[in-house]
Ligand binder design. Structure first.
Ligand SMILES: Cc1ncc(COP(=O)(O)O)c(C=O)c1O
Length: 484
């Protein structure tokens, strides 16, 4: 019987002595494991002795023994002294069915609710006019490299060990000063939490403050990543159309039921680019206090203003009572850094930290340590200053090229900030078809309608920060040609 059983293996197991298939031990291990999983070797079935197997398969005894030892250690086989070798008796008798690829998996309602428009973003593609990134080629790599080595040598504990879910204390201290000086944000290292990108802040905020079905006011058009986070927390999105000044607090006041939260980009409305004026900020805060609405201030690219100093953050006006302030280093440094931060009202910090811990524990320490030094040594402020000059030039080049080559086609919205320009089609054409035509011509433009919920919009978002002036000019010429 033992010899017959070993004979079965001859058919199953064809040793591959060529390169790239692993050792004979590995191959035998995999073949027996597969046979057990498929049910071809039944639970409890007796196997031939290692000696018989080795003889029938033409393998060395040692090879067989090592494979068997591994299968016994993993619980596929059991070996009883004196009795022999068996397929483990506690495995399913019929084996394990291979995963089916045909049926769609049953997802939770929350995951199905997320529009997911943000996923697989075209912005990753480095073609004009991809959104999202700044000029990576002028990033001070040498300084970053020096600080990377230095922090690894001097603070190996901070850099290599488990970290604080709030984020590295040195980074929170550096940020407190930076945010107070540059944005008028009211914060302390205790109310800042470092997160992996603004996106994580939006996701955790949604889960912290919302129950499924809760109403949330969102800008229309607005940032799709924020809508993804809110929808996947089960929120009901209530679109508030932005006008020429941005989000209108009077509309917020008229909503019934009262939304639990409003998600805004007051410094530089995404995607249209207006800055919320002071009168509206004050009205918004009054409304938020009167009706206990949380305001999320997404200040994603506030550092880049070209026509004068920025308005101070809404959060500073509020003193951090109803406003949760979200920022990111994706625009100001680079998105691959995956570092963002949130400044929370003190009463929300513990709950947020519980969710942060549950989500991913903490943000990796090394990039935080490098960044803390980068800020402390003054490089962040210097980098922003240099980039402001560069981006102002690139923006001007884009606007000039638009006027020169596309004046009768596209009307840019005037905005003195950010890393992209929103331009509307004068003829109100189907902007998705236009974006598709541009894509075929090697350009990455986002149709404005992608960001709209109920608004009818026709236009393109053109990122300019990552592209030299000459490239912007020729890309606009290509765009116009593609759209004709
Ligand atoms: C309006 C807005 N908010 C937030 C973010 C997210 O930034 P992060 O890369 O930090 O997740 C972006 C990124 O494009 C954005 O445009």
């Amino acid at each position: 019987m033992a010899r017959r059983a070993a004979g079965r293996f001859v058919g199953w197991f064809r040793p591959d002595r060529g390169s790239g298939s692993g050792t004979l031990q590995d191959q035998l291990y995999a073949a027996i494991r597969q046979a057990v999983l498929r049910g071809e070797l039944a639970a409890g079935e007796r196997l031939p002795s290692s000696r018989a197997l080795a003889a029938d398969l033409g393998l060395g005894r040692n090879t067989v023994l090592v494979a068997i030892e591994r299968l016994v250690a993993e619980g596929y086989l059991s070996s009883r002294r004196g009795a022999g070798l068996f397929v483990a008796a506690d495995l399913p008798a019929e084996g394990v069915r291979p995963p089916s690829t045909a049926a769609a998996p049953a997802l939770s309602r929350r995951s199905a609710a997320a529009p997911g428009l943000h996923a697989g973003g075209e912005s990753a593609v480095r073609r004009p006019f991809a959104l999202g990134a700044g000029a990576m080629d002028v990033f001070p790599v040498e300084i970053w490299r020096r600080l990377a080595v230095q922090t690894l040598r001097r603070q190996p504990g901070d850099v290599l060990g488990y970290g604080d879910p709030r984020g590295l204390p040195a980074l929170r201290r550096a940020l407190t000063t930076y945010l107070a000086d540059s944005r008028g944000v009211a914060c302390s290292p205790e109310t800042i939490v470092i997160v992996s990108g603004a996106q994580q802040a939006l996701d955790l905020i949604a889960r912290l403050l919302l129950d499924p079905g809760d109403a949330v006011a969102v800008e229309d058009p607005g940032y799709v990543g924020a809508r993804d986070a809110l929808a996947s927390a089960g929120a009901r999105l209530v679109p508030v159309a932005v006008d020429d000044q941005g989000f209108d607090p009077a509309v917020l006041a008229s909503l019934s039921p009262v939304p639990k939260l409003a998600m805004l980009t007051p410094s530089h409305q995404f995607p249209l680019g207006m800055t919320l004026p002071a009168s509206r900020r004050l009205a918004l805060l009054a409304e938020a206090r009167a009706r206990s609405i949380w305001i999320v201030e997404d200040d994603y690219d506030c550092e880049y203003r070209y026509g004068g100093p920025p308005l101070q953050a809404l959060q500073g006006l509020d003193g951090g009572e109803r406003v949760l302030y979200v920022g990111t280093f994706s625009k100001v440094l680079f998105p691959g850094l995956r570092l963002g931060y949130v400044v929370l009202p003190p009463g929300l910090v513990d709950g947020f930290l519980r969710l942060k811990t549950a989500a991913d524990g903490f943000v990796p320490g090394w990039p935080q340590a490098i960044l803390a030094e980068f800020i402390a040594e003054g490089h962040l402020v210097q980098h922003i200053r240099r980039m402001r000059v560069l981006y102002r030039r690139r923006r001007a080049a884009l606007l000039a090229a638009l006027e020169r080559h596309a004046g009768n086609l596209l009307l840019p919205r005037l905005s003195e900030a950010g890393l992209h320009v929103a331009a509307e089609f004068r003829d109100g054409r189907d902007d998705r078809a236009a974006a598709e035509a541009a894509r075929a011509a090697g350009l990455t433009v986002a149709p404005l309608s992608r960001y709209a919920i109920t608004r009818r919009l026709s236009g393109l978002l053109l990122g300019f920060a990552a592209f030299p002036e000459a490239e912007l000019e020729s890309a606009i010429q290509r765009l116009v040609k593609a759209l004709r």
